[in-house]
Write a protein that binds this ligand. Structure first.
Ligand code: SF4
Ligand code: SF4
Ligand code: SF4
Ligand code: FES
Length: 572
């Protein structure tokens, strides 16, 4: 369609006809304030903070929900607009705890940033007196309804991105609140703890449980040997916390930063991602050869596992029994690494840095104690690590590049792409192909499984045996595949499902401001990490080969089953 002319703050400009005033303004470098708006969500238009004046229209209009028309004359910066936005802000603040100094969002709260920009210095009117109780019921998330500004972004993410739908809008007008049904706590409803609600919340009303103090305490204890593992997705997102553009690969600086914090060993979850591929690949081949339950579905995403347990328990036999790379790492750190380093498991503390809030829940699952005690002691999200580094005054830009420690820090490119949707499938296909055919795979790039399409498919010929693969990311997409299996309409052999949009790079513990555009840039960065690795197939990882030779003996062996595999339970 042809562009149309509009006038924006006195300047005539040509824009596409189907866009909103907000989009047109942002294209022209005018940053209008928004609260309920999110670029990946449907329009809600309930906060009115984005209002502008349109010539010939009596009332101010919300720019996020009003489309441009030819000849429209828009003013975004008139005294009337400024006064209105300021009044809206004052009304929000009158109903808001004045706790900015101690708030977890101090420094990155969208409401505070807008208030500062509009010069709100005084809170008019009667301050709110009542207060709701906070929800600390889960190991992953904390809800603070007092700070909720009722923008509805969390409910939108929960209903439409994840199709879980446990957050609702209750009551009307000033009494409106957003919470699980009947004001229940998150632990009492079928929440999968994915944290997608927290990722889009503009304020401190729902956020990850902060475990940074537990890590400071561990690091200060001279009796403890504290090791840290870092998930693939963190290396392409942490730098955003320090002002780098999205998609910056910061592996070397990340290792340096963790050493500066005082960890005794800095290891890599990529090591156990390679191991997961060996175990999962052999499990798939075993199921194919021996009439096991197919399609087999990947099991490395704990929000996804919890979703299956709540909503599709009858399909649990389809799940791979492999633990996630985080948990495989924890079990090995307190057994294999402890033995080879002359340490006792009780003296080792395993910390994880994950893009995911559900990983906190996973670490506390009672069955995750193969080493004799909790295998992973503390899980931090990318955001929490960012806060620890800022607290320590570490200048991320100035950090030198460093390498992970051996042996649990050695990995291949196949492990790096675990963080992207389709990555686990691609990594598995690289290994399964070579194991089955005995041939060297010449083209390692299975491009059909890559990208942000919600449901993807690929077909691979393994020496005459066709493996049909399905991939879904985000639970609303996962549901489509599960319904196909239930209806007997799936011809897949192997399915990869990741709970969060884009895979782990879009996890609920990633830096605020994550959008699908940013997810795509992080994914691109992970494929670049893969391309740059000298080894790109999991079965070629020399540290994993040594682990089998000296300790596990064989994939799916007795020790592997005890340390690396698990079972699931119905939560319906
Ligand atoms: S959510 Fe924002 S405005 Fe509210 S207390 Fe926290 S920092 Fe302040
Ligand atoms: S954690 Fe996920 S499932 Fe739970 S309320 Fe938030 S978006 Fe919904
Ligand atoms: S919890 Fe956050 S995202 Fe949800 S409605 Fe309240 S302020 Fe908005
Ligand atoms: S951002 Fe436009 S109405 Fe909320």
């Amino acid at each position: 369609m042809q562009n149309i002319n509009i006038t924006l703050n006195g300047k005539v400009t040509a824009v596409a006809p189907e866009i909103t005033i907000l989009e047109a303004a942002r294209q022209q470098g005018i940053d209008l304030p928004t609260l309920c708006h999110h670029p990946d969500q449907r329009v809600k238009a309930n906060c009115r903070i984005c209002v502008v004046e349109v010539e010939g229209v009596k009332n101010l209009v919300p720019s996020c929900s009003t489309r441009v028309t030819a000849g429209m004359n828009i003013t975004t910066n008139s005294p009337r607009v400024r006064e209105t936005v300021r009044t809206i802000l004052e009304l929000i603040f009158a109903d808001h705890p004045q706790e900015c100094l101690t708030c977890i969002r101090n420094g990155n709260c969208e409401l505070r940033q807008i208030a500062a920009k509009f010069g709100v210095r005084d809170i008019q009117g009667e301050k709110r007196k009542h207060s709701f109780s906070q929800d600390f019921s889960t190991p992953s998330l904390v809800r603070n309804p007092d700070k909720c500004i009722k923008c509805g972004r969390c409910a939108e993410a929960c209903h439409y991105i994840q199709n879980v739908g446990i957050l609702y809008s209750h009551n009307r007008s000033t009494e409106i609140s957003i919470s699980p049904e009947y004001g229940k706590q998150l632990a009492d409803v079928a929440c999968v703890l994915c944290g997608q609600c927290a990722l889009v919340c503009p304020v401190g009303a729902i956020h990850e449980r902060d475990d940074t103090d537990r890590v400071w305490e561990a690091l200060a204890d001279p009796q403890k040997h504290v090791v840290v593992q870092v998930a693939p997705a963190v290396r392409v997102s942490l730098a955003e916390e320090f002002g780098f553009p999205s998609g910056e690969i910061a592996t070397g600086k990340l290792v340096s930063a963790l050493r500066s914090l005082g960890f005794d060993r800095v290891f890599d979850t990529d090591f156990s991602a390679d191991l997961t591929i060996i175990e999962e690949g052999h499990e798939l081949l075993d199921r194919i050869a021996n009439g096991g339950v197919l399609p087999m579905i990947t099991s490395c995403s704990p929000g996804w596992i919890k979703y299956m347990e709540h909503y599709y328990p009858e399909l649990i036999p389809h799940l791979s029994t492999c633990k996630s790379p985080q948990q495989m790492f924890g079990a090995l750190a307190k057994t294999y690494y402890a033995q080879t380093s002359g340490l006792e498991a009780k003296d080792i503390i395993v910390v994880s840095v994950m893009p995911c809030t559900a990983k906190k829940f996973e670490a506390e699952r009672p069955e995750m104690d193969a080493s004799g005690s909790q295998d992973v002691d503390i899980v931090l999200t990318t955001r929490e690590l960012g806060r620890m580094l800022q607290h320590e005054g570490i200048d991320f830009r100035m950090l030198p590049e460093a390498e992970f420690d051996s042996p649990l820090g050695i990995s291949t490119g196949a492990a790096a792409i675990f963080g992207a949707t389709g990555g686990v499938m691609e990594a598995a296909l690289r290994t399964v192909y070579e194991v089955v055919t005995g041939k060297t795979l010449t083209d390692l790039n299975f491009t059909t499984v890559r990208g942000m399409t919600g449901v993807k498919e690929a077909s691979v010929d393994l020496a005459g045996m066709e493996v049909k693969a399905g991939i879904a990311h985000g639970l609303a997409n996962a549901k489509k595949i599960l319904e196909m299996i239930k209806a007997g309409q799936s011809d897949y052999t192997f399915i990869e499902i990741m709970c969060c949009p884009g895979g782990c790079i879009g996890g609920g513990g990633q830096p605020y401001g994550t959008t699908n555009e940013i997810r795509a840039r992080r994914i691109e960065a992970l494929y670049q990490v893969d391309e740059n690795m000298p080894l790109r197939k999991s079965h070629e990882n020399p540290a994993v080969q040594e682990l089998y030779q000296d300790f596990l003996l064989e994939p799916l062996g007795e020790l592997s089953h005890r340390l690396l595999h698990t079972q699931y339970c119905s939560r319906s």
